[in-house]
Design a protein around this ligand. Structure first.
Ligand code: 4AD
Ligand code: MG
Length: 429
């Protein structure tokens, strides 16, 4: 049975559990084995008078696997208030001494990444993976409950969505100009003409040349696109999505958040409305804080950090100037030097987790912006086609799921939000 279910059983019940040795401590007359499985950890006690069982127990290493049977005892001093008194060890696999060394990890920040295939068993990774599971499930649940269809775009593509600088070229037989996708957005825009409201959860790839706390070369992207959706509706949708995901994590993952030392007060505060801050206001705030930034500059990680430390809830930062947002963003007719664009910034210094906005739906407007941005219309022929046949106003967004998990878990680095992080130096394990 699952370890987590043992704690609700009464004294004396016989149970069989399967798992791995998490800790081992040997006394004169007893051996304590703390066993973990996918659901939790429990202390077990082997009495040395049971020689056969004690013989096996003394051979077991940290991370040896074991199936054991015993009786439940209430024990206030044991974690969770119960322990198992072992009567039989039914199966075991000793293996070699587990090689992870906490001192090496302190000395070398890359060490735990080198042994990630083994470190994945740590309590920290266990907790993060379970939060991640809840986050992915909550995103699916949110979209499906609101009538969005799940769709899939291709990963091999032939043009940039988010600018040429971070495109990953792929050797694709004898073809030139093949890349890994940076975003499924354009394919979602295609699919709204069949389904109106669509979403996808898929990897996206960026050839990010620098290692930062919040960039991976491969990340998980939740994207949605909706016909007829306009800017205000989009802002409400983003608030509702983030609120739903955070609520779900608070509901299902209290133990994991505690294990990660996450202050849940900040998460409990995540309720609509979020702060709505225009780009213009943000520039004012940042200048007031002494930053050298002027209208028209991009708001990068450092500026986002300063900004989000001022707020105790996520921020909807909107109306970026045309020149800092990709060509497909629709300019605001009421203020054409700006776009109907929005980034959601997570508080506490974390910054951007979502980018989105209204899309240009008029053919001539899109064509002239593609040219104004120095791009080649022929690279976007099918994307332009969407504006030739029954085009509709629409909006959408992309959520960086790994960044969201990083913030929800309160992690210092995005690499710890992902089981197998990829960056400029690392493609192993
Ligand atoms: O802001 P971005 O570049 O927007 C797009 O890709 C749009 N086409 C999405 C859309 O509207 N459908 O990326 C969206 C989000 C960012 O806010 C960030 O959370 C995440 O994707 N992201 C990354 N996460 C980890 N590592 C990277 N290198 C990331 N680049 C973007
Ligand atoms: Mg962005």
């Amino acid at each position: 049975m699952s370890i987590k279910d043992v704690f609700s059983l009464s004294e004396g019940t016989e149970v069989t559990i399967r798992g791995w040795v998490y800790r081992k401590r040997e006394l004169r007359d007893k051996i304590f084995l703390v066993i973990r499985d996918g659901s939790g950890i429990i202390q077990t006690v082997v009495d040395k008078s049971n020689q056969q069982v004690a013989g096996v127990a003394s051979k077991l290493n940290i991370e040896s696997s074991v199936v054991l049977t015993g009786t439940v005892r209430r024990e206030p001093r044991a974690p969770g208030g119960s322990e198992i008194h072992v009567r039989r060890i039914d199966w075991y696999y000793v293996g070699e001494a587990f090689p992870i060394n906490e001192d090496a990890a302190k000395a070398d920040s890359e060490y735990l990444l080198d042994v990630r295939h083994l470190w994945i068993r740590s309590r920290r990774m266990w907790a993060v993976l379970r939060v991640r599971h809840t986050v992915f499930g909550a995103i699916h649940e949110f979209f499906r409950s609101r009538g969005y269809y799940e769709v899939q775009g291709p990963m091999f593509v032939s043009a940039a969505v988010e600018g040429g600088a971070t495109l990953f070229p792929v050797k694709y037989f004898d073809k030139e100009g093949v890349y890994l996708t940076q975003s499924s957005q354009f394919y979602l825009e295609v699919m709204i003409y069949a389904l109106e409201k669509v979403y996808t959860i898929a990897p996206s790839f960026r050839a990010e040349p620098s290692r930062t706390r919040r960039h991976l070369t491969e990340f998980w992207h939740a994207e949605a696109e909706e016909a007829w959706l306009q800017f205000d509706g989009l802002l409400n949708l983003l608030e509702d999505l983030i609120t739903h995901v955070v609520d779900k994590v608070l509901e299902e993952r209290q133990d994991e958040l505690k294990l990660l030392n996450r202050d849940v007060k900040v998460l409990e505060n995540v309720k609509p409305p979020f702060y709505r801050v225009s780009y213009d206001e943000a520039i004012g705030i940042l200048q007031g804080k002494g930053l050298k930034i002027k209208w028209g500059d991009d708001i990068g990680a450092d500026e986002e950090r300063v900004l989000t430390l001022q707020f105790d809830k996520p921020i909807l930062l909107h109306h970026f100037p045309e020149q800092v947002k990709a060509f497909y963003h629709r300019n605001d007719p009421a203020k054409p030097e700006t776009t109907l664009s929005v980034d959601v910034l997570a508080p506490e210094g974390y910054g951007e987790v979502i980018g989105g906005g209204e899309r240009i739906y008029d053919y001539e407007e899109l064509l002239s912006k593609i040219k104004r941005f120095g791009l080649r219309p022929e690279d976007y022929d099918w994307y332009l086609d969407l504006r030739r046949f029954g085009s509709v106003p629409h909006a959408g967004f992309g959520l960086g799921i790994d960044r969201l998990v990083m913030w929800i878990c309160g992690l210092d680095h995005i690499r710890d939000a992902v089981p197998f992080p990829r960056d400029i130096r690392r493609i192993k394990p």
